[in-house]
Unconditional design. Structure first.
Length: 114
């Protein structure tokens, strides 16, 4: 029995979440990618609180990659204003290429430590 793409992503996501836990010192940067947008939030798992949130739908750009890069810069700016400098990256079961990689690289360039 072959798994669908959604089932494969869910399986990868469970595997990643078993290892990646955000704390007060290093909250978790969680992303979700759909066909139309990429959303990301920084979460403190010990308190269960979202520290910062951004959606690429709010950004202006021609391609999804450009919007993701702008969203990463916005999220890094918001996080640094709230005192967050280092995070652990939760790719949400998505493969680390394309838009996800562009988002991560732009977040690093904007000042977030992974």
């Amino acid at each position: 029995m072959e798994l669908t793409k959604q089932q494969q992503r869910t399986r990868r996501h469970k595997r990643v979440r078993a290892k990646v836990i955000g704390s007060s010192k290093r909250p978790r940067l969680s992303i979700y990618k759909s066909n139309t947008r990429l959303t990301a939030q920084i979460i403190d798992d010990t308190k269960g609180v979202t520290i910062a949130y951004v959606s690429s739908l709010d950004e202006k750009g021609k391609t999804p990659r450009e919007r993701a890069e702008q969203a990463a810069a916005t999220l890094a700016k918001t996080a640094s204003a709230k005192g967050v400098k280092a995070v652990v990256f939760d790719r949400g079961g998505f493969q680390y290429l394309g838009t996800v990689k562009a988002f991560a690289d732009a977040a690093r360039a904007a000042g977030l430590e992974f």
